[in-house]
Design a protein around this ligand. Structure first.
Ligand code: ADP
Ligand code: MG
Length: 594
């Protein structure tokens, strides 16, 4: 006798449920997406025990027609597509027709639904996939679904659930993302009786962000708005001060669907490269709208991955959308007395934000250089310079009103320039500032193809591999445009006769090899990014180092250049160039006021 049998419908549904229903959050996601597809403007979600014992989703959407209620619980039954052709033009969130059947197979589901054209609603109760009853009932227009005892009949799956609080966290995470993608809908999440999320539903993304993440994040974000023939990108990008050490605060939506995409994430990272320190990740809400035929969402439902047909264009568009927003809106880091979480990983020479009162001391030390004497007598004051700086800087019609009109107080530790502007003390890291200035100058000279070389008094010979010589051959124009003039010198060697303007202090060889590494990097990147990287490298080498005395003229020159930049606030590696401390904060530190 044969061993193969056809599985019964109940078993098939239980197996299929594993695909769609992994945990309470996936149930919440499916139910809420159904409410959105039904045109709801208000969706209330209530969970108990992280959703394991109880989930309720109430919407004011279209409701389900009486004749469709039973069918809605069958597998592959959907009102959203009719033919496979429709898959390429999908705009609804659901379309597989699996969710209700899958959820009902592994829990106890009660649904009450009413359409506008009927004076009564329908109540249906399905337990473990079996319809226990269906009847007419009084109900408001819309749908409410209660899901109890998830995985009550599949103990193996139940065992995989995490602690209630963890599951509850997943639920609030998914509601946050869905709310962000639908600012026109008011979402409320109540967990064990407490309201966790409540969004206004006023169609304004910024107020939705504020209602979910709070006002600090709301204040820091910059609007993203980009459009080309293929794509429209909108959203909000956070400044460095609200960056995080993981990607939890990054939400990507493609045509209203919350998705993950390595491609988009890496374009975001690249756009932030000069704004964030290493291992910091931006807060960002990014919405991509694109012709549905240019993407594939018909991938594994739980993975939420999306594929784009034209990856290059998407990458470029995201990079520019985010980068444009950042160069428009970056800010100076403000020092606060209370502990801040940002910029914990300060690098050597970089002024840490921790400025704390030392009990019994009148002075405050600037960490991290604990050994440095707290020198105030080296701070020079010069009235002439003050006045000149005022006149010169005010003449610059740049966005850097923070710098413009500032008084130069002097230089500190031969590393920082101190300025007074209104009620603020501005501290400029001269190396970081210089790096940014050189980087921007080089970038503009590079793009306008202006020569940027400086001839070496003594040419430098470098030995390379055959492969490297070949790479150089292919990239000769690029190296020339960066400022390197060289020729082959036989036996796989080259002789360098000129280097990028500004020189590299006898480190010509090192710099050249580092640039060669960038060009030969196995990671495929677009040309703009390679150029930027090369220019950062050069800027860093050429920039005035910390611990170098600047005279007043040099300081003024640096400030003038800095104030003329689109982004004077961070060095090309993302470290801040300027921080500020308010008079208010100083007074608090000196306990002049509370
Ligand atoms: P899908 O969303 O993929 O179509 P589901 O199993 O989630 O599949 O839902 C099946 C059908 O039930 C939907 O196509 C829709 O017609 C209907 N439905 C489910 N939930 C709701 C709701 N909250 N409001 C109105 N209709 C709903
Ligand atoms: Mg659905």
């Amino acid at each position: 006798m044969g061993k193969i049998i056809t599985l019964d419908e109940g078993t098939i549904n239980k197996i299929a449920a594993g695909e769609v229903v992994e945990r309470p959050a996936s149930v919440v996601k499916e139910l809420v997406e159904n409410s959105i597809d039904a045109g709801a403007s208000r969706i209330n979600v209530e969970v108990k025990n992280g959703g394991v014992s109880f989930i309720k989703v109430i919407d004011n959407g279209s409701g389900i027609e009486e004749d469709d209620v039973i069918i809605a619980f069958e597998r592959h039954s959907t009102s959203k597509i009719k033919h496979s052709d429709d898959l390429s033009s999908i705009l609804s969130l659901g379309f597989r027709g699996e969710a209700l059947a899958s959820i009902a197979a592994v829990s106890k589901v009660e649904m009450v639904t009413r359409t506008l054209n009927k004076p009564y609603g329908i109540q249906i109760y399905v337990q473990g996939g079996n319809i226990e009853y269906i009847k007419q009932t009084g109900a408001p227009v819309g749908t409410s679904v209660i899901v109890k005892d998830l995985f009550f009949n599949t103990p193996a799956r139940f065992k995989f659930l995490k602690k209630d609080t963890t599951e509850g966290g997943y639920v609030s995470d998914i509601i946050s993302r869905i709310a962000l993608s639908n600012p026109g809908i008011s979402f409320k999440l109540v967990s064990n009786g407490a309201t966790i999320i409540h969004t206004p539903g006023n169609n304004d993304l910024l107020s939705t962000i504020v209602s979910i993440y709070g006002t600090d994040i709301g204040k820091s974000v910059i609007e993203i708005s980009y459009k080309d023939d293929l794509i429209r990108i909108t959203g909000y990008a956070g400044g460095a001060e609200i960056s995080r050490s993981n990607r939890n605060y990054q939400s990507l939506f493609v045509n209203g669907r919350y998705v993950k995409s390595k491609l988009v994430t890496s374009a975001i990272d690249e756009a932030y490269r000069t704004y964030l320190m290493k291992n910091r990740f931006a807060f960002i809400v990014l919405k991509i709208e694109i012709d549905p035929s240019a993407i594939d969402v018909n991938v594994h439902p739980a993975k939420m991955e999306v594929r784009f047909s034209d990856e290059q264009s998407i990458y470029r568009a995201v990079y520019h959308a985010v980068n444009n927003a950042l160069s428009r809106g970056s800010k100076i880091i403000e020092v606060k007395t209370e502990k801040e979480t940002f910029f914990k990983e300060s690098s050597p020479g970089y002024v840490n934000q921790d400025i704390q009162a030392q009990p019994g001391q009148n002075l405050y030390k600037y960490s991290p250089d604990k050994q440095s004497p707290v020198v105030q007598n080296r701070v020079q004051k010069n009235e002439d310079i003050e006045n000149e700086s005022l006149r010169n800087l005010e003449a610059q019609n740049s966005i850097s009103r923070d710098i413009t009109g500032a008084h130069i107080i002097g230089q500190l530790f031969s590393t920082y320039v101190l300025l007074q502007k209104d009620d603020y003390l501005l501290i400029i890291d001269q190396h970081a500032a210089h790096e940014r200035i050189i980087f921007e100058e080089m970038k503009s000279r590079f793009s306008s193809n202006k020569p940027m070389s400086q001839t070496l008094m003594v040419p430098v010979v470098i030995n390379l591999t055959h492969q490297e010589i070949k790479t150089l051959d292919e990239n000769k124009e690029f190296f020339n445009r960066l400022g390197f003039i060289y020729e082959e010198f036989g036996n796989n060697s080259i002789v360098i006769r000129a280097v990028p303007y500004g020189g590299c202090d006898g480190n010509e060889k090192e710099m050249f090899l580092e640039l060669l590494d960038i060009v030969t990097s196995p990671v495929k990147e677009n040309n703009n990014i390679i150029t930027d990287r090369a220019l950062y490298k050069i800027a860093c080498k050429v920039a005035v180092k910390a611990n170098m005395n600047l005279d007043n003229k040099e300081t003024l020159e640096m400030l003038k250049k800095l104030s003329g930049l689109g982004n004077p606030y961070t060095c090309p590696h993302g470290r801040p160039t300027i921080i500020k401390i308010s008079k208010d904060e100083l007074e608090k530190m000196f306990k002049r006021r509370l």
